[in-house]
Design a binder for this molecule. Structure first.
Ligand code: SOE
Length: 399
């Protein structure tokens, strides 16, 4: 059994920092092969060297092609914006590197198909790959999945999931890469909507078969990132077009008969990272809110209704998924810990010669859902008019 893997990470932004923290923690809390933080790859020489020093990487490089070709690299971790996922993943897989790639897998279905083909070919040579839907490995979410697998929820009728942020509700927030289609592929839909679309399937045990979606862009022009302070309203050269959705809403039909409603927005004023999901089955329900990430609400419909009610389970017991690796009961975990679990599972699968989950094939399926939502949203014929408001003479009731 290999006892260590040399990891190269491409990308030094927010995800790069979170991944670095997680790679640095895996061996301290989980048995199995240990990752070596060998090289960090990013665009700018100075900032990449500084990030490598700060985040604990042995080397820094600005040439990802050189990195993925190195014989001493075993794993490539892709933490870049979506416009580079395909070229990096395909090159790394063809070079025989095990690959973990941030979600969504790609910016287009075509890219995701090419990545999946490369992953299938590489798998023939024992090379493993995984798409990083980190929230599956929050202990409370993993416990919900366990309840589903144990049949505690019965036949699933509803899954409703929303991911609410508000970091761009300010119209003066600059035009960062997540707001540019050529960099990110889509907006809230692909960035945070991908998470809740994945969990809607993961926690219902069913696949999304059809969607009807709508998207909105509330603020269509923003100051260019780095533009001078005190922009004049007419400083056209200092503004750029937002080319992605700010918010998306999806109705889904799942292949096991469940109804799905999924929402993703960056304009839910006051909601910072509220990812919430509720699954209703014939025997019970679960409900989760990431802003209370150590808790799972469970309704056991097999208990007489008079005694039932949603129970709040504090998911910090040694027997709960992943929780036993950390602290005593009641000492909760945070956002970064799901990435530690994700990397520990990834390395264990690689060492055991197994395919980590979720696969690139699943990432391609999510990409097809994203694409279907956009195509649906572009079809205005789907809307049915209600007609004009009914006017009333009652004082103050007129709209
Ligand atoms: C920005 O929306 C973001 O960083 C997402 O890209 C992450 O996937 C999510 O976990 C937090 O918010």
């Amino acid at each position: 059994m290999t006892d260590s893997y040399n990891v190269a990470m491409i990308g030094a932004g927010f995800m790069g920092a979170v991944h670095s923290q997680a790679w640095s923690s895996v061996a301290r809390f989980f048995p199995g092969p240990r990752p070596v933080l060998a090289v960090l790859g990013a665009r700018n020489p100075e900032s990449t060297r500084a990030a490598a020093d700060r985040l604990g990487w042995r080397e820094a490089s600005t040439d990802w092609r050189e990195i993925v070709a190195r014989d001493d690299i075993d794993v490539v971790d892709i933490a870049t914006p979506g416009d580079s996922h395909a070229e990096i993943a395909i090159a790394a897989l063809e070079a025989g590197k095990h690959v973990i790639c941030e979600k969504p897998l790609a910016n287009t279905v075509e890219e995701a198909e090419a990545m999946t083909a490369a992953a299938v070919a590489a798998r023939e040579r024992g090379v493993r790959s995984m798409v990083a839907f980190n929230y599956r490995r929050v202990p409370a979410v993993a416990l919900a999945r366990q309840y589903l697998e144990e049949g505690r929820l019965g036949e699933i009728r509803h899954v409703r999931a929303d991911y609410l942020q508000d970091w761009i509700a300010d119209p003066d927030f600059p035009l960062v890469w997540r707001l540019q289609k050529e960099r990110s592929g889509s907006g809230a839909l692909g960035d945070i909507g991908a998470h809740v679309l994945d969990l809607a399937e993961h926690l219902s045990g069913q696949s999304i078969a059809e969607v009807s979606g709508t998207v909105r862009t509330f603020v269509e022009r923003r100051p260019l990132a780095g533009a001078s302070e005190g922009l004049s309203a007419t400083a056209a050269e200092e503004y750029g077009e937002v080319t992605v959705d700010d918010a998306a809403a999806v109705h889904a039909r799942l292949n096991g008969g469940a109804m799905g409603t999924v929402e993703a927005t960056r304009f839910a004023t006051g909601r910072k990272n509220a990812m919430r999901i509720e699954v209703n089955g014939s025997l019970g329900s679960i409900a989760f809110d990431f802003e209370s990430m150590n808790e799972l609400l469970y309704y056991d419909g097999r208990i007489p209704a008079a005694d039932a009610g949603f129970r709040r389970i504090l998911v910090t017991e040694p027997d709960h998924p992943y929780a036993g690796a950390w602290w005593p009961p009641g000492h909760g975990l945070g956002y970064e810990h799901a990435f530690v679990h994700e990397f520990a599972d990834f390395l264990a699968a690689v060492a055991d010669g197994r395919d980590p989950e979720p696969s690139f094939e699943h990432g391609l399926h999510i990409q097809r859902i994203l694409d279907a939502v956009i195509r649906s949203a572009e079809d205005e014929s789907r809307w049915t008019s209600v007609g004009a408001p009914v006017l009333t003479t009652i004082e103050g009731d007129a709209r």
